[in-house]
Design a protein around this ligand. Structure first.
Ligand code: ADP
Ligand code: MG
Length: 341
């Protein structure tokens, strides 16, 4: 009885507004929704036709009158209206009609502007929230993977998402230094598309490139190298063709975006105050985000930084889990919200 009553009232929501995937956490229930951050709209209007998985299937396959948009693609809010519609859709899907409007915590990319923050807050308020708090994604990610962010000690998180890679050094529940880089899993896919064209004269789409990355991609030599059959269009004949690719060549193709990430990690470490840098020698770096699932990426970063590197247990859920913990700790929420605006 009490649990039911509680369900009626307690419906606070945490949202990971990711460039590739959005997740929604409902207090006392955990993560209840994971959908691609994609919206299909009718061309020339703001009519939303589909959101999430259904809209993602339409990417690159739409007739002229439908457009599939990734409104957060590069870690900036490319389209306010579409981002707002997407947020409202997700909130409405989990919220139903409760007695009390929810409090909502939204984890936003750390690189967004004040205007974009305002737009996110307004959209969430319009969707029926009672209070809205924003938290920066690297902070949410660090909390979500269970780093002791409250302690006076250096913790480093690197979250590799679709459109961006966000990294931060955190101590005493504050961000000491952070960097947001517009390189992430999408860039890996684009490099694979370009490589297939250059090396095999084969035209493939970005969805196929993502599949190649997930099935054979790696950042460091594998004990057992992999192969995969890839279908595409032969650029010389114009006809469909299948070729077999090897993980070694995909690794070579991924070198460039990976080296941008390594470079940023190096800069972040250089800017780190010495006491905190000393902490990192023991604590190392934690990797989160879907990009952390690339084979051997931890190994590559460890070799380049001489620091221990750990991949979070469930890297794609880190930010959403972090918003969930923040909901549970309102005191902490207020402090974080006031320090990051
Ligand atoms: P965001 O937070 O920006 O929405 P996510 O953390 O959800 O991004 O990560 C999405 C990215 O992770 C995509 O580019 C996807 O291709 C990539 N990804 C997912 N699984 C894997 C995998 N097993 N190996 C490599 N990359 C992966
Ligand atoms: Mg993310």
């Amino acid at each position: 009885m009490f649990a039911q009553l509680k369900g009626l009232f307690s419906n606070d929501i945490g949202i990971d507004l990711g460039t590739a995937n959005s997740l929604v956490y409902v207090r006392d229930r955990g993560i209840v929704l994971r959908e691609p951050s994609v919206v299909a709209i009718q061309a020339g209007t703001n009519n939303v036709l589909a959101v999430g998985e259904e809209a993602k299937r339409m990417l690159g396959r739409t007739p002229g009158n439908i457009i599939a948009i990734r409104p957060m693609k590069d870690g900036v809010i490319a389209d306010f209206d579409v981002t707002g519609a997407m947020l409202r859709h997700f909130i409405q899907r989990v919220h139903h009609r409760k007695l009390i409007a929810p409090r909502v915590v939204v984890a936003v990319p750390s690189g967004i502007t004040e205007v974009e923050r305002r737009a996110v807050k307004d959209s969430v308020t319009h969707a029926g929230a009672r209070e809205v708090y924003l938290i920066e994604q690297p902070m949410a990610s660090a909390i979500g993977v269970g780093l002791p962010v409250h302690e006076p000690a250096g913790n480093m998180i690197v979250d590799i998402g679709g459109g961006t890679c966000e990294m931060a050094i955190i101590s005493l529940a504050g961000i000491v230094f952070s960097r947001s880089l517009r390189v992430g899993g999408d860039e890996f896919d684009e490099t694979i598309v370009a490589y297939m064209k250059r090396a095999h004269n084969l035209m493939i789409g970005e969805r196929t490139a993502e599949e190649i990355k997930i099935r054979t991609g790696s950042a460091y030599p594998l004990e057992q190298e992999l192969t995969m059959d890839v279908k595409g269009r032969d650029l010389s004949t114009g006809l469909p063709k299948t070729i077999t690719i090897r993980s070694e060549e995909i690794r070579e193709a991924l070198k460039e975006p990976l080296s941008s990430i390594l470079e940023s990690i190096r800069i972040t470490l250089e800017r780190c105050p010495p006491e905190l840098a000393a902490d990192l020698v023991d604590r190392g770096i934690v990797l989160a985000g879907g990009g952390a699932l690339l084979r051997q990426i931890d190994r590559l970063i460890a070799e380049e930084t001489y620091l221990p590197v750990h991949v979070a247990d469930d890297p794609m859920s880190a930010v959403a889990e972090g918003t969930g913990r923040v909901l549970q700790e309102l005191q902490f929420l207020k402090r974080v919200a006031s320090s990051s605006g």
